[in-house]
Design a protein around this ligand. Structure first.
Ligand SMILES: [Zn+2]
Ligand SMILES: [Zn+2]
Length: 252
């Protein structure tokens, strides 16, 4: 609670000053956002998924579209299952990516400082095919969280052993629990409203410029900038404002 009050105070202070820096927000990642000229904007989620995953993407798309500032629509994927990033949209993929430790990965490419120009979501069937993770709850939570990252959202909480906060943006050992972490909560929608409160003069949504990308291995993700036992965040800086942020949720 103390942290939230502090963050609210910082946001208020920033609002009364100038917007020369990104607005401080309690679980925005760096103030990064899609540039767009009006709200609500519609972000395309490319479906590169096998049949067993499609309903989970539908749920995540519909959950996040409850936000007042953005809508998502599921379209035919343009990546093969390597999940190459497509500029101006998000590509969502599943595959048996191997015993590399990660359950899910979300990456966002930044091409002009703070503006997101593409996103990818990958879910690793190597783990989702095991009895621990092959449950509707784990699939729902991880898909919701990874798609949430592609809007610029960070985690609300990275301690997986405390009580669930009731949002998919919270690490947990059990997505069900007394309070389930299967869907966004009101704080996520509030955060999106904060991140997307201003409008931009240009748009990165639906654009077709080249975007920087990273691969499936840790070696390609750059510097680790946040760490907890259940997940890490990496930043690879390509120079001239081009970066890729990668959010990893590790299998236990
Ligand atoms: Zn902007
Ligand atoms: Zn995450």
């Amino acid at each position: 609670m103390r942290m939230k009050l502090l963050a609210a105070a910082l946001t208020a202070a920033a609002a009364t000053l100038t917007f020369t820096t990104s607005a401080q927000a309690s679980h925005s990642w760096g103030g990064y956002h899609w540039a767009r000229t009006s709200n609500p904007f519609t972000l395309q989620l490319g479906d590169n998924l096998s049949s067993g995953w499609k309903s989970y993407l539908s749920t995540a798309s519909s959950d996040w579209s409850s936000s007042s500032v953005l809508d998502t629509t599921i379209v035919t994927g343009q990546s093969n299952n390597s999940c190459r990033a497509t500029s101006g949209r998000v590509e969502v993929c599943n595959r048996t990516y191997g015993n590399n430790g990660w359950l899910g990965l979300a990456s966002i490419s930044l091409s002009s400082g703070t503006h997101i120009s593409s996103g990818t979501v990958k879910v690793n069937d190597t783990y989702f095919n095991t009895s621990t993770y092959n449950t509707p709850s784990w699939r729902t939570m991880v898909m919701c969280q990874e798609v949430g990252h592609t809007f610029g959202l960070d985690h609300q909480d990275t301690n997986q052993t405390n009580a669930n906060l009731g949002t998919c943006m919270d690490y947990t050992n059990n997505p069900d629990g007394p309070l389930s972490n299967l869907h966004p909560n009101s704080h996520d929608y509030d955060e999106l409203s904060t991140i997307y409160s201003h409008l931009d003069s240009t748009s990165t949504v639906g654009q077709s410029a080249a975007v920087p990308t990273v691969g499936n291995s840790k070696a390609s993700w750059g510097k680790r900038v946040a760490h907890s036992s259940h997940g890490d965040t990496f930043v690879r800086d390509f120079g001239k404002g081009d970066k890729v942020i990668t959010f990893v949720i590790w299998a236990s």
